[in-house]
Design a protein around this ligand. Structure first.
Ligand SMILES: [Zn+2]
Length: 416
C-alpha cells in the first residue's frame, strides 16, 4: 500500500463556492494527506497500489469546522466554570479527550479555540491528537481568555487581565510563545451578566492594535467576544481576524467590516442564542426571568437581522458557537447550520460553506473544499445535505470521517 486511497461510487459536494451546487457523481483520489484528483467520470486505480473504497452512493463533503470552540467544557458541563477550573488536571484532561473525540465523530475535522478553562487544554489536546494518543479534529489552539480590568472577566478569576496596551502585548506574546495561535479577548459585555451589558465596550483601539500586531509577529491571530456594534467596529478597524457574536450591527460596524472583507470573519453563535431564547436552558436554572433580564430576545432578533446584512455585504460567516452546554450539547454542532437555513436566509449549501470553505482560510489551512491539492479532511454521509442540512446532525447517517487522508472515524453501526 502506497498511501493512495480511491473513494469511488459516491457523490461529491465540493463546496467550490456555488451556492446552488448539487452533489455530483465523482471519484476522489487521495495520496498521502492530500486530494490529488477529483474525477467526474470515475477513475481507474490499480488495486495492488491503491485502497479502493466503495461509498455505495453516499455523499463526500469537506470535513466540517467550528470556529468558536471550548473543549474545556466536558460532556456533562452545566455552566460550572469554577468547578471545571478546580478539577484536578489529570482528570480534567480525560474529559477534554472525550470532547475532542465527540467533535471528530460528529464530522468535525477542524476547530478554532475560543478560550480554555485550564490554560493548556487546547495545546495538550492538539499534541496528543497529533501523536495519535487520542482522537480529535485539527485544533487551532487558544489559551486563557483575556479581559480588560474594568470589563467582563476583569476580576481575574477565570481570565487573564490586561490594563493597557503594554500589558496586553505581554500576555499575547507569552501565550503565543506557549504555542497558542487563536487568542481570545473580551471587548464587550454580555447580557447574561447584567452588570456587563452587551453594548459595553472594553479595551480600546491602541490595545487591540497592539494585540493584533503582536499576534501577527508570532503567526497567530486575535479573536474577540464582541456583542455590541461599537465593539464590532473597533475590532474590524484594528485588524481582529474573527469577531464572535456581532449581535447589534449598525452602519458604522458594517462599513468597517466591509473595508476588511478579505481578512475578517464573523462567527455569530446563532444556535446558542436561539436555544437560550427558546427556553432550552430552563431545566438548568436559566429561567425565563433571567433571559428576559439579559436582553437576549432583542439580541437574537438583532443578530438574525445582522446576519442577513452581513451575507448581503459579502462578509464571510463562520459556523460555531459555544457548544457544550446541556442545552447545546456536544455532538449537536451542526445545529448551527440548520439555524442559518431557517433564520438567516441561507441555502443549505451556503450554510455548509460557513463550516467548510469559509473555515479553512480563517484557520490558515488548505481545508474546506473537495478539490485537487487540498488536505483530505472529509466526511461521508448518507442523504443529501444540499436538500436537508439536518442530515449533518444525524449520527446514524454519518458513515466515516477522514482526516489528512486517513479514516479517523468509521461508524460502527454502518460498518460492523
Ligand atoms: Zn465562548
Amino acid at each position: 500500500m502506497t498511501g493512495r486511497t480511491l473513494l469511488t461510487n459516491g457523490l461529491v459536494l465540493s463546496c467550490d463556492g456555488d451556492p446552488g451546487e448539487k452533489s455530483a457523481r465523482a471519484d476522489v483520489l487521495i495520496e498521502g494527506d492530500r486530494i490529488v484528483k477529483v474525477a467526474q467520470g470515475g477513475l481507474d486505480a490499480d488495486p495492488a497500489s491503491t485502497r479502493v473504497v466503495d461509498l455505495h452512493g453516499a455523499t463526500v463533503l469537506p470535513g466540517l469546522g467550528d470556529a468558536h470552540t471550548h473543549i474545556s467544557w466536558p460532556l456533562d458541563f452545566v455552566f460550572d466554570h469554577a468547578a471545571i477550573a478546580a478539577t484536578p488536571p489529570e482528570r480534567h484532561i480525560l474529559d477534554v479527550a472525550g470532547v475532542t473525540k465527540t467533535f471528530l465523530e460528529s464530522g468535525y475535522t477542524l476547530i478554532i479555540g475560543a478560550g480554555v478553562t485550564q490554560p493548556f487544554d487546547d495545546l495538550l489536546a492538539r499534541d496528543a491528537i497529533e501523536r495519535g494518543l487520542i482522537t480529535g479534529p485539527r485544533i487551532v489552539p487558544s489559551g486563557s481568555m483575556v479581559a480588560a480590568v474594568d470589563g467582563l472577566g476583569g476580576d481575574g478569576e477565570m481570565m487573564e487581565v490586561a490594563g493597557d496596551a503594554k500589558g496586553l502585548r505581554e500576555i499575547v506574546a507569552r501565550q503565543c510563545d506557549s504555542g497558542v495561535r487563536s487568542l481570545k479577548l473580551f471587548i464587550s459585555g454580555d447580557g447574561v451578566v447584567p452588570e456587563f451589558p452587551s453594548e459595553d465596550v472594553y479595551m480600546n483601539d491602541e490595545m487591540l492594535g497592539a494585540a493584533v500586531e503582536e499576534a501577527d509577529r508570532h503567526g497567530a491571530f486575535i479573536t474577540v467576544h464582541a456583542r455590541g456594534s461599537a465593539s464590532v467596529a473597533m475590532a474590524a478597524r484594528t485588524g481582529v481576524r474573527i469577531i464572535h457574536h456581532a449581535c447589534f450591527l449598525d452602519d458604522e460596524a458594517l462599513t468597517a467590516l466591509e473595508a476588511r472583507r478579505d481578512d475578517v470573519w464573523v462567527c455569530p453563535g446563532l444556535h446558542y442564542l436561539y436555544a437560550m431564547v427558546s427556553g432550552h436552558a430552563r431545566p438548568w436554572g436559566i429561567t425565563d426571568e433571567k433571559i428576559e433580564a439579559s436582553g437576549y430576545h432583542r439580541e437574537f432578533a438583532s443578530q438574525v437581522d445582522g446576519l442577513r446584512r452581513l451575507k448581503a455585504a459579502g462578509i464571510r460567516i463562520l459556523s460555531g458557537g459555544d457548544f457544550g452546554h446541556q442545552w447545546t450539547h456536544h455532538g449537536t454542532y451542526a445545529a448551527e447550520l440548520q439555524r442559518y437555513v431557517e433564520l438567516a436566509d441561507m441555502t443549505p449549501v451556503e450554510a455548509i460553506h460557513t463550516a467548510t470553505r469559509n473555515m479553512g482560510p480563517a484557520a490558515g489551512l488548505d481545508t474546506g473544499e473537495v478539490r485537487e491539492g487540498m488536505l483530505a479532511d472529509l466526511v461521508v454521509v448518507e442523504g443529501d445535505p444540499t436538500e436537508d442540512v439536518t442530515v449533518l446532525q444525524r449520527h446514524d447517517l454519518r458513515r466515516a470521517v477522514l482526516k489528512g487522508g486517513r479514516f479517523a472515524y468509521v461508524n460502527p453501526e454502518v460498518y460492523p
